[in-house]
Design a protein around this ligand. Structure first.
Ligand SMILES: Nc1ncnc2c1ncn2[C@@H]1O[C@H](COP(=O)(O)OP(=O)(O)OP(=O)(O)O)[C@@H](O)[C@H]1O
Length: 251
């Protein structure tokens, strides 16, 4: 099993968040959040339900605008850098007979990048083929998207994000509906991708992700960062009570 990245991470923030606060109406969801993620980092974002994790991701993706504070992605406002950010959303599901193949889903990751007309077409197909191969899903290319298992679907959605040739990969609970073997295999794949991509992944499973990530950001309206070495069960229970899943994967 791959373990936390040993890459040298320099002072080159790809995501910088300063004093960010965000409310939905009267409900304050994020308060004075500061976070700087360096190029090459593999950061786990954890926290209780409704702690604001998905909201923070939406702000980083430029789908929401900060009301107070600043976010920059690769030195620019988030919405301007969407091509450089690959996103794998939470719990997607498709009806079994949804008439789109895996290859077509991954090709959507090229939308807005190349033209699908003329000579770009074969280049796009080659990139899609490579993305599927990188996530070990080449054999799924012709399958209808609705017939995949949870783990297969996650890999395909990762391929879709990779097809856009991003610098940053953001995943919202990629293993929420997957058994432990599938979870290990997805995180081994992320560890491999971390050789060339900065990764931010939301998870509830702190014990598991500690083996992979270099840093854990704990979000419960406010945010605290910990190096993985200092995150233990007691620390997490003090912060969140029983809301965060702690699983011993050593068996
Ligand atoms: N579009 C919205 N309008 C109003 N309130 C919202 C909206 N989206 C989220 N919320 C609320 O904001 C809070 C934070 O939600 P968010 O989805 O960011 O948390 P989360 O940490 O991702 O939760 P989970 O772990 O359950 O996915 C919750 O109370 C949620 O109900």
């Amino acid at each position: 099993m791959a373990r936390a990245s040993s890459r040298v991470v320099g002072a080159d923030p790809v995501i910088r968040i300063r004093d960010l606060s965000f409310s939905y109406g009267d409900t304050l969801v994020l308060e004075h959040v500061d976070l700087s993620i360096e190029r090459g980092e593999f950061v786990g974002l954890i926290g209780p339900n409704a702690g604001g994790k998905s909201t923070l991701l939406r702000l980083i993706l430029g789908l929401l605008d900060p009301q107070i504070g600043e976010i920059s992605v690769l030195g620019r406002p988030p919405g301007q850098m969407s091509r450089q950010v690959g996103y794998v959303p939470q719990f997607p599901s498709f009806p079994r007979d949804f008439p789109i193949s895996v290859e077509q889903v991954v090709t959507m990751g090229r939308l807005g990048i190349g033209s699908f007309l003329g000579w770009y077409r074969s280049a796009d197909r080659e990139i899609v083929r490579r993305a599927l191969s990188e996530v070990d899903a080449s054999d799924l290319a012709g399958r209808p998207i609705g017939t995949l298992s949870g783990g297969q679907l996650q890999r395909v959605l990762m391929a879709r994000a990779l097809a856009g040739d991003p610098e940053i990969l953001i995943l919202d609970e990629p293993t929420a509906n997957i058994d432990q073997r599938g979870e290990t295999s997805i995180f081994d794949l992320l560890a491999r991708l971390n050789a060339r991509l900065t990764i931010l992944v939301v998870s509830h499973d702190i014990a598991f992700i500690s083996d992979y990530v270099s840093r854990v950001a704990c979000l419960n309206r406010t945010l605290k960062c910990h190096p993985t070495t200092s995150v233990d069960g007691d620390a997490i229970h003090q912060l969140y009570g029983d809301h965060v899943r702690l699983i011993d994967h050593s068996h």
